[in-house]
Design a protein around this ligand. Structure first.
Ligand SMILES: [Zn+2]
Length: 155
């Protein structure tokens, strides 16, 4: 599953489409919401694929906000805080083997005779939130799209 952000009136190839998987999109959009609450209303539906978006002036204003944040180093600091937060999250019991480290014969799940290939036999896995990465480069790519998209809709 992924998110396609489509330019309404693109002025370059870069402004036509921005794509992130849902795992990359959620933290990116959350960051946009945090730094631009004046541009993105709290009741926006940017985490859905329902076509929510900003018009040309809104997209440009968001691009400029992100550019400033990247240039000032704020985005880098956010990335570091975000990563530290993820690394501090507790491990979760493995769902494939019910946390036992030994699983049933595939395609069945649950405890069984086999060493669990999902968790390496440990019985625990990384917290699910670690599947949602955030890096400055992804913000830069989105900013390049925003500058040239002429407004956008999120699908
Ligand atoms: Zn397991």
């Amino acid at each position: 599953m992924g998110m396609d952000v489509l330019g309404i009136s693109p002025v370059s190839e870069q402004g036509r489409r921005f794509h992130n998987t849902v795992w990359w999109w959620r933290p990116l959009w959350q960051y946009c919401e945090e730094i631009a609450p004046d541009l993105i209303p709290a009741d926006n539906s940017g985490h859905s694929n329902n076509g929510w978006g900003l018009d040309a002036s809104g997209a440009l204003a968001l691009a400029n906000r992100l550019l400033e944040a990247v240039a000032s180093g704020e985005t880098q600091k956010y990335e570091e805080r975000y990563r530290a937060h993820l690394e501090a999250l507790p491990l979760e019991p493995c769902k494939i083997c019910d946390g036992t480290g030994h699983r049933a014969e595939p395609p069945n799940t649950g405890p069984g005779p086999l060493s669990c290939n999902a968790c390496g036999g440990i019985g625990k896995r990384k917290n699910f939130a670690t599947d949602y990465p955030f890096v400055v480069d992804n913000v830069r790519e989105f900013t390049a799209f925003l500058r040239d998209c002429g407004g956008f809709n999120i699908y």
